[in-house]
Every structure is written in C-alpha cells, then in structure tokens.
Write a protein that binds this ligand. Sequence first.
Ligand code: G3P
Length: 246
Amino acid sequence: MKIIAHRGLSGFYPENTMLAFKKCLNLNIYGIELDVQKTKDNHLVVIHDEKIDRTFNGTGYVKDMTLKELQSLNSNFKNYENNKDCKIPTLKEVLILFKPTNFTINIELKNNKVKYRNLEENVINLVKDLKMEKRVIISSFRMKSLHSVKSLCPKISRSYLISERFYKYRLKSMIFSKAIKNKSTYISSSYCITDKYLTNKCHRRDLQIFCYTVNTVEEYEKLLKLKVDGIFTDFPNIISSINKQT
Ligand code: G3P
C-alpha cells in the first residue's frame, strides 16, 4: 500500500508547512500531498483553505494578499507560533526540498471555490522548470482542470478527486467515463465512499485508487483488504510502521 503524507506530517505539526514536510523526509513512504493556491501577486503557495483564518493568525483570502503579507503570518498551531519553518511556503520551496529524494508529490489544485487564472499552467511551468514531471501527480475535483493539465503536459500523471457529495449527486459511471476520457491514472476518493464496488471498478479500468483521509489502523486494514493502491494520512509515521505491502 502506498502511504502518502496528507499535508505533510500534519497529525503532529502544522499542516502544509516546511516543518511538516521536512518531518517526512526520513519516513519509508511513497510521497506527500499538498494543496496549492495563488497569491494576489501571482505566487504559488501551499495552503489548504482559500482563507488563512483557520491555520494562521490573520483573516482574509489568500487571493487578496501578497506573498510578503502571507509570509509575515504566524501559525495558529499551539507551540509552533514562532517557528520559522511554520510559515506559508511557496510551491517551489517544497518541490526543491523533495527533488533529491524519490518521493512522489501529489499537488492538489485548489480551484474548486476560487477560480485562479492560469493555475494549471503556472504549476506545470514550475514542475517543468525543475524537471520533476515524472515525480508529481496533479489532482483536482474539477475535470476541466485535469483536461488543461493533460493538454499542457501529457506526461504528468493526473488524479480525479471525488468526494461524498459528488458521488451522491452524479452517476457513478460518469466518474469513470470522465476519468478514462482524461486518461487519468488515479482516482482519489473519500474514505466514506471507498468500497469493493469502487475499487474493483477502478482496477478494471486500469485506474489506481488512493483514499483520503485514513488516520486509524482499522481504516488502513479495511482498505488493505479492499486492495486500495494508496492512502493519504495525517499519521504517515504510524501507518508506515505497520504497512504490510509497499
Ligand atoms: O488530495 C486528497 C485529499 O487531501 C483531498 O481532500 O479536503 O484534504 O483537500 P482535502
């Protein structure tokens, strides 16, 4: 089972920060997952929410602030407020950290609420500049974005994200026809909707299935039985220590 650190080692350290990513470097895992948004002055930054309020000591949207303003903020995570490695990192900083390793980097495009202009193109240009096309997976809840990724750089792997809400309101078969048409290699599905039906259907169509967010040993064992290919977890250190298949 491929273990992917969800937002870094986020069960113990502030999510999506250099500290949370550096803490993964010595783990025996497949890779890390991160979320990308864009600043007012067009920098690619790594943060999950469209707003800074939950994770940093400020208020407002990432899209309305410059990189300098964003990087002046401190983490809200107890005991890490003044840690210099707990600022909002740029995507470039994180990619450079992992470039000398064999980690896979799953970049989630956070463009389902704020429609960032040229987000796909900006991310791909950076990945290409760093010659990391074979090292990343780009995921999105928006198939339109995955189509852009495919046409801009077909050699970058793509993953179609599906949530409970999406699964409920769309025809299940539509998910697969969309993913196959896009030649996506992966489906990233929410734990609540991951079952035998979904897993078998993915495998029959040559799609690997990664499941989010898996934080207990019981959940991990259930997914191992289902033959899910990978999981996103906030506790990659704990799950990797019991991982039976790599
Ligand atoms: O990319 C997998 C998973 O992280 C998607 O959920 O809410 O963390 O963006 P979320």
